[in-house]
Ligand binder design. Structure first.
Ligand SMILES: [Zn+2]
Length: 651
């Protein structure tokens, strides 16, 4: 998902787009299904038949889940997620929201639920009475987001077990990610989903306010029955549509090598479609956009195709036949900025100036999750930085390439900000609070989770470019993607790939940056030129190029993060000296005796060490500090964002 500053979802900036060109409206879309051999080890196969009540925002469904026991041992106990139960006042999710945002008030309209009506196991019988809620993370007896069922006999290794589940969903007004708003329904996290057998145990965490995803790959065949006037978007591809006599229609979708399934309905959606020709063939690009945002359709399509193209060239192919982009309506931005396999939600408003690149950054980011989450399916509960953080890094790189580095976040009213500067600002807010390698729910709070998981990870990878080089890092990410797509790699798989491709031992860096909370901060503690004849009672008048000076520069490592830095020292005779300090001691002193005076001393003159928390103490300049203008720009951007939030509340 996108990094939210506040729980109410509002990074929604102001919007207005003059004269955006319209795209051809969709009349028919592809009905070809994926073909060829499986891309993943298909552990699960879901067949779901759901009838949606668009009036009551509810559905009744039957689910047949075939689970292949590839755990290597006999299993008799199986855990499932029931995510919708998070939207209840005593759930762990809501408890965490209230803990982090004391002004949050519960409202009945948020109430949602998923209820198991019946659970059978084929060949064994009705086990509904054995359904038992568990709370593996915090023991909260009021949390009903995970249940398990114990079978009377175990399932042998290699054997398949088939669950038949009838369930009833009641959606709430969208509060986070899933739910309804007026005629709009975002059907995400809506069906009982089995946990993952991973590292010798079941991995099935409760739904936390910050984390939600980890599931096995497989196939999804989903039939949705909805009123005939609904426009429908869903994961996978549509393979059938039948009009029913009762005014409903039943649409069938098929998805392969994916690990989740989401859908949306709304009668008002305008549909646009184009084709992107990638290295694995044509991809149908489908946009479901609000009528009031149609003037931004071209912007949506352009950035999505640019993202497809960059990922294809830089990291690897997009193998699915379709990608669906959903634009939630006004008032439902909390459903925006979310990723699901082959479908994701954007985040815009009717007024979105060209220079506010929020629209582009959200679409690029959520598309990026098709790779870092969708295909490279890391454990988002336990190591969210592996998807959110790597994705924030690739977001910086792609937006830089598409929009220009300095303008990749905003270019407006003569002011601009880059995406990586934004990521660094997040990191600076929480630099020492939590390590990246920590389960999402174990962070100090949602703010630290966001700052570290997104901002710090992106900043750590941007700083890694200084050590191994930008192109090597891109090659390493490509290797990581190609090697681990359609599997569940660990953080060590990622870190070892970086070491392998770069040919460097990077433990010294990972221990501090990934596993630790050390803060990187270097400062110029002293910088001065002093006449060597300072002790003379009546020194001769200073004369350029002939008076001897002793220049001393002291660089101080203020933080506990050890990192080699360059120091650039300039003299008034035009001479520049570049020193490299390994940073191991707490400080270093450089001394020069020259017929010249110091002009400036600067640590990391190219600003490559993005992890340096404070740039303002990095330089001593006889004249003005050129970085001061950066600071003013930052304050200005904060002001713009504040005004934008105000505008979003008022509209
Ligand atoms: Zn994300």
């Amino acid at each position: 998902m996108i990094r939210r500053i506040r729980i109410s979802g509002l990074v929604a900036l102001l919007l207005f787009v003059p004269g955006a060109q319209l795209l051809a409206q969709d009349s028919a879309h592809s009905t070809a299904i994926n073909s060829g051999k499986p891309l993943s080890e298909r552990i699960v196969s879901y067949v779901i038949d759901a009838r949606v009540n668009a009036q009551s925002k509810a559905l009744d469904a039957t689910e047949t889940l075939t689970y292949r026991n590839l755990t290597g041992s006999s299993q008799d106990t199986f855990p499932f997620h029931l995510y919708l139960n998070a939207f209840q006042p005593k759930s762990t999710f809501m408890t965490e929201v209230r803990r982090d945002y004391s002004s949050f008030e519960w409202q009945k309209k948020y109430l949602a639920s998923a209820e198991i009506k019946k659970l059978e196991v084929v060949g064994i019988g009705d086990l509904t009475s054995r359904v038992k809620f568990i709370a593996p993370d915090d023991g909260n007896a009021d949390d009903r987001t995970v249940f398990q069922v114990k079978l009377p006999r175990s399932v042998a290794p290699g054997e398949s077990v088939q669950f038949r589940i009838s369930f009833h969903d009641q959606f709430g007004e969208v509060f986070a990610r899933t739910g309804y708003k007026r005629d709009f329904i975002m059907g995400a996290q809506w069906f009982p989903k089995i946990g993952v057998w991973w590292q010798g145990a079941w991995n099935c965490h409760q739904f936390h306010s910050t984390t939600e995803f980890f599931a096995d790959f497989g196939t999804f065949d989903v039939r949705l029955t909805v009123p005939q006037n609904e426009v429908v978007g869903a994961s996978g591809i549509e393979v059938g549509s039948v009009a029913n006599a009762d005014g409903t229609k039943t649409l069938s979708f098929h998805g392969e090598d994916i690990h989740d399934f989401a859908w949306t309905i709304e009668p008002q959606y305008k549909v646009f479609s184009e084709t992107y020709n990638g290295s694995m063939g044509p991809v149908s690009v489908r946009l479901l956009i609000q009528p009031g945002h149609v003037h931004q359709a071209a912007r949506h399509m352009t950035i999505l195709k640019q993202a497809l193209d960059h990922f294809d060239r830089w990291y690897g192919p997009y193998p699915y036949k379709q990608i669906t982009l959903v634009d939630p309506p006004h008032g439902a931005l909390q459903a925006g900025g979310m990723e699901y396999p082959t479908l994701f939600t954007a985040d815009t408003a009717w007024w979105m100036p060209r220079g506010v690149h929020l629209l582009e950054s959200v679409i690029e980011h959520e598309f990026g999750h098709q790779y870092w989450y969708g295909m490279v399916a890391t454990n988002e509960f336990e190591d969210a930085w592996l998807d959110e953080g790597i994705n924030s890094y690739t977001e910086c790189k792609i937006l830089d390439d598409v929009l220009g580095h300095d303008n990749s976040a905003t270019l407006m009213w003569g002011m601009h900000e880059s995406d990586d500067a934004q990521q660094r600002n997040y990191y600076r807010d929480s630099a020492d609070k939590d390590p990246m390698a920590r389960p999402g729910w174990a962070y100090m709070n949602g703010g630290s989770y966001g700052d570290i998981t997104y901002g710090k990870t992106a900043t750590v990878l941007l700083t890694l470019e200084k050590i191994i080089g930008e192109t090597t890092l891109q090659r390493a990410l490509r290797t990581y993607f190609i090697r681990y797509r359609f599997t569940h790699p660990t953080k060590e798989d990622f870190l070892k790939t970086l070491e392998e491709v770069s040919g460097q031992n990077l433990r010294w860096y990972f221990d501090q940056a990934v596993y630790g909370t050390a803060v990187l901060d270097y400062e110029i503690a002293q910088a001065r030129s002093d006449r060597l004849d300072w002790y003379q009672e009546r020194p001769a008048p200073a004369k350029k190029a002939s008076t001897l000076y002793r220049t001393t520069v002291v660089v101080h490592r203020k933080g506990d993060f050890i990192f080699p830095v360059d120091v650039l020292i300039k003299f008034d005779n035009g001479e520049n000296i570049r020193e490299r300090w390994d940073g191991r001691d707490r400080w270093v002193r450089y001394t020069y005796d020259k017929k010249a005076e110091l002009v400036s001393a600067e640590i990391d003159p190219e600003s490559e060490v993005r992890l340096d928390r404070n740039y303002f103490n990095n330089s001593y300049v006889v004249e003005e500090d050129r970085r001061a203008s950066h600071k003013i720009t930052h304050y200005y951007m904060v002001l713009i964002q504040f005004l934008a939030q105000l505008a979003a509340w008022l509209t």
